[in-house]
Design a protein around this ligand. Structure first.
Ligand SMILES: [Zn+2]
Length: 151
């Protein structure tokens, strides 16, 4: 590639510009609506909850990573997925530095809300009735997840 072509690409916003990180926490509601389906938006951005036993991911038993449907960050390994019987995809642990939590006192209950650390998208809740080794149950909306099987 010639120097002139490199310069042109740089000016046009070539590879360096394309690789600029998205400001996930700075996206507007309109930008999120453009990125997500209405159902995903309702879960991720409006703290919704999908109907139980509706997620195709309940039957996903391949090895791989469950990522955030909002920003793509890897959140849960298939190695920590288990059948909780609740009707929502369940995991006993997230990947390191993937999720964050905060108290949720809505619906007259005290629960712990779980969201994506990177885009703050709502994922579900975590409860202290999970299996070993953590004893935690990450009860996650399938609509908030995108599964990528291991190669
Ligand atoms: Zn995210």
């Amino acid at each position: 590639m010639t120097a002139r072509r490199s310069l042109l690409l740089a000016l046009l916003g070539g590879p360096a510009w394309a690789a600029a990180p998205v400001d996930w926490q700075g996206l507007t509601e309109a930008q999120w609506r453009a990125r997500l389906t209405p159902a995903q938006f309702q879960i991720l951005r409006e703290q919704g909850t999908e109907y139980p036993f509706t997620s195709p991911l309940l039957g996903e038993h391949r090895q791989g990573v469950f990522g955030c449907a909002g920003c793509g960050l890897g959140l849960f390994s298939s190695a920590t997925k288990y059948d909780s019987g609740t009707g929502w995809p369940s995991f006993y642990a997230p990947l390191p530095d993937a999720v964050a939590t905060r108290p949720d006192d809505s619906l007259g209950m005290t629960r712990t809300e779980v969201h994506c650390r990177r885009c703050l998208g709502h994922l579900g809740h975590v409860f202290p009735d999970g299996p070993p080794p953590t004893g935690l149950r990450y009860c996650i909306n399938g609509l908030a997840l995108v599964f990528t099987p291991s190669k």
